[in-house]
Design a protein around this ligand. Structure first.
Ligand code: 13P
Length: 257
């Protein structure tokens, strides 16, 4: 099955709403219509930028999908400082990350919390990008596969095959995030293949064949082609390089590199 690759820029806690507008304007300047036909491009700005970027994308009819980096799982209530999935859906967010390793490591998110968030994202008609990946210690102990399968099973608990229709999973080895170190292309391919086999066991081959499995971790213009043209890799979740319009545009054009 032909899957349209997805290149999503996770800006993390970078760029205020004015910088965000400038970046998206530069990004579209660097990309051509044919680039957007070959690859789906998404940006995941901080919450305070979402409304500005939504207005820009819709006002100028830009072929860019909008996404958020996190959500609470409840629809409303006394959760000071949190953002609900309904609020994100109203801003026409198509994607929402669930279980980014920084949320897991720095904010104590367990598989159970990730699962609640993922279900909330689905309930509001958005597409979760479930992030999984092992630490260096886990890889060196030969436990990478077990950790990734465990995170998939935990994150996807109680999700039905019907709901998993457009699921996106990002394999992001923790040791490659923000370090300049990437997985070898063949290792990225093998881990994305493991993700797909796990989805096949859980939801059936049809869902697994349609799901996009991204690689994330120090994706840059120089390594994008080697990593993203692997058969099991359907695009990238890009951190640092996504806050440079030029670098992100080059990564979005990986099929042409
Ligand atoms: P870097 O591309 O900065 O390594 O970040 C990857 C990431 O965490 C994307 O979600």
């Amino acid at each position: 099955m032909a899957r349209t690759p997805l290149v999503a820029g996770n800006w993390k806690m970078n760029l205020d709403h004015l910088e965000a507008i400038a970046l998206v304007q530069q990004l579209v300047y660097h990309l051509e219509r044919s680039d957007f036909e070959a690859v789906e491009v998404a940006v995941l700005p901080p919450f305070t930028d979402l409304r500005s970027i939504q207005t820009l994308i819709e006002g100028d009819r830009l072929p860019i999908a909008l996404g958020a980096q996190d959500t609470h799982w409840e629809d409303a209530g006394a959760f000071t400082g949190e953002i609900s999935p309904g609020m994100l859906a109203r801003l026409h967010c198509r994607y929402v990350l669930a279980g980014h390793s920084e949320r897991r490591a720095l904010f104590g998110e367990t598989d159970e919390i990730v699962n609640r968030k993922l279900q909330a994202i689905l309930r509001h008609g958005m597409v979760p990008i479930l992030c999984v990946g092992e630490t260096l210690e886990e890889r060196e102990a030969g436990r990478a596969d077990e950790v990734v399968v465990g995170q998939l099973e935990g994150g996807l608990a109680a999700v039905t095959a019907e709901q998993a229709g457009d699921l996106v999973v990002a394999y992001e080895p923790v040791w490659a995030i923000g370090t300049g170190r990437t997985a070898l292309p063949e290792d990225a391919d093998a881990m994305c293949g493991l993700v797909r086999r796990t989805l096949a066991e859980r939801f059936g081959q049809g869902i697994a064949d349609g799901a996009r499995v991204l690689y994330g971790g120090s994706v840059k213009p120089a390594n994008a082609k080697a990593l993203l043209t692997q058969p099991e890799v359907d695009g990238a979740l890009v951190g640092g390089a996504s806050i440079s319009a030029e670098d992100f545009a080059v990564i979005c054009r990986f099929p042409r590199l």
